[in-house]
Design a protein. Structure first.
Length: 132
């Protein structure tokens, strides 16, 4: 990793004085270390339009197993999203529902009408039962 280089030294001095930061440049290495200790994928760092973004990933396997366990009885997409404490319906479908349907681990209760308001999703029982 590169050494942190502050763009605004006055802001760094003010934050240090106010004890908002303890040491310049120590945050990102701590984030990487914490993710590694938690067994998460390495975070992605990016700069977008002058802003800095750190993307931290969830434990995908545990999340999928939780979702399949939750769907042991038929559930709506909104119920699934709420249980996983998410909010983006389109992203949820693309990230979770579509791959689980394709793998056969999840099925629709009304497959002939995929956009039906009566649509529910239920686990097929072919998923692993252990959580990592």
């Amino acid at each position: 990793m590169d050494v942190a280089k502050p763009r605004n030294r006055a802001l760094v001095a003010a934050f240090t004085y106010m004890k908002i930061i303890e040491q310049w440049g120590s945050g990102i290495p701590r984030v990487f270390k914490a993710c590694k200790e938690a067994g998460l994928a390495e975070p992605e760092l990016s700069e977008i339009g002058g802003s800095f973004r750190v993307k931290i990933f969830r434990k995908q396997q545990v999340t999928i197993e939780f979702l399949l366990s939750f769907c042991s009885i038929p559930r709506t997409r909104d119920e699934m999203i709420k249980a996983m404490q998410l909010n983006d319906r389109k992203s949820f479908k693309k990230t979770y529902i579509d791959p689980l349907l394709a793998s056969g681990k999840l099925r629709m209760t009304v497959p002939e009408k995929p956009h039906s308001p009566l649509q529910r999703y239920v686990a097929t029982g072919t998923q692993k039962q252990t959580v990592h």
